[in-house]
Write a protein that binds this ligand. Structure first.
Ligand SMILES: [Zn+2]
Ligand SMILES: [Zn+2]
Length: 341
């Protein structure tokens, strides 16, 4: 059997391994597709603050159940599934209060422990999310990022009738645009530096798509476009100082900002504006199980489209090329999948 390993900076190799038996509470998955995420790309460049190399990546995956551990019930061999890549302690304050996504002892599969870019992968059955039989396993690799967007929208509160501005049209930004529309946002504007992504944003239902390299978004422009409600909600989905600053400057007085982007560096924001304008700013990390289940439903019912995100599919043997493409061809590559089996 083979698994993908990021061995060191910009070095991805396939390694032989012999799969272990699932323990009593685990299932062994035959992995179908794994997506390469922004955090995997950070790891590839060895610049992720919480990932050390070497690591087997893989947290956005679809699979079928290959073997059940002795005490597993409710799942069957051959069933299509995805899994939630969160290892939580179940004991800390947040775990006991239902916010296990921010567990004090959180470990993420594919980040702090080896992930699922392997032909056979054992995972705790509690983390397995069953899929309908007719669910497309390629689409299923996008359930995890969609759950990120769904969680971010839920923690932000009602978007009904709001004008929503999304900074960053990567996978998460584009999913946020679709989810915002689904929950009743009146207008969605999205910004990015790549026209290819902005074009896709429009196809997926964004009302305005703006190239932030070519056009400097101002509060006046937002007022002219949206009226007095301006942009009441802003999602920061890039993770750099320029966009978090922009969010604080552009949001309506009393508005809400949710930070979804992953920041590699400490950044400055104008705290004076946060106070003076009563800006509500909060973070969003990963998701809860119900966000995964909602993601399955939104894709199944055609409310969110994920197929257009998939720009590249590589065979397992070309994993190195897949990482290179995801890391170095940002303009063309949106979601790069590896077909594991
Ligand atoms: Zn991810
Ligand atoms: Zn915990």
């Amino acid at each position: 059997m083979k698994k993908v390993k990021i061995k060191e900076k910009e070095l991805v190799e396939l390694e032989e391994y012999s799969p272990s038996e699932p323990s009593d509470h685990e299932v062994r998955l035959k992995v179908a597709y794994c997506g390469i995420c922004g955090s995997d790309v950070h790891a590839y460049f060895n610049e992720h603050p919480f990932i050390s190399l070497p690591i087997v990546p893989g947290h956005e995956c679809s699979a079928t159940v290959e073997k059940l551990g002795g005490k597993v019930s409710g799942l069957k061999v051959g069933q299509k599934v995805t899994f939630i890549p969160q290892l939580t302690c179940g004991k800390c304050y947040n775990c006991r209060n239902g916010r296990y996504n921010i567990c004090e002892n959180l470990k993420v599969i594919g980040a702090q422990v080896d992930g699922a870019m392997t032909e056979l992968f054992n995972v705790d059955s509690k983390l397995v999310v069953p899929l309908p039989d007719d669910f497309d396993l390629m689409d299923a690799a996008l359930i995890e990022p969609l759950a990120v967007a769904i969680h971010a929208v839920k923690v932000t509160g009602s978007l009904f009738g709001e004008n929503v501005l999304i900074l960053g049209a990567g996978t998460i930004g584009l999913l946020l645009a679709q989810v915002s529309k689904f929950v009743g946002a009146s207008s969605v504007m999205i910004t990015d530096v790549f026209n290819s992504r902005l074009k896709l944003a429009k196809q997926l239902g964004a009302d305005f798509a703006i190239n932030s390299r070519e056009f400097n978004l101002t509060k006046n422009y937002l007022r002219e476009t949206f009226g007095e409600r301006e942009a009441g909600v802003i999602f920061e989905a890039v993770g750099i100082e320029a966009t978090i600053k922009q969010a604080v400057e552009l949001v309506r007085k009393g508005g809400r900002i949710t930070v979804v982007g992953v920041f590699g560096k400490e950044t400055k924001v104008n705290a004076g504006l946060i106070q003076d304008r009563e800006i509500n700013i909060r973070g969003s990390l990963m998701y809860l199980k119900e966000d995964f289940e909602d993601a399955v439903e939104l894709i199944r019912k055609g409310k969110v489209h994920v197929k257009p995100f998939i720009t590249h599919i590589f065979e397992l043997k070309d994993a190195s090329k897949a990482f290179e493409t995801a890391a170095k061809e940002k303009e063309k590559a949106l979601k790069v999948l590896i077909k594991i089996s």
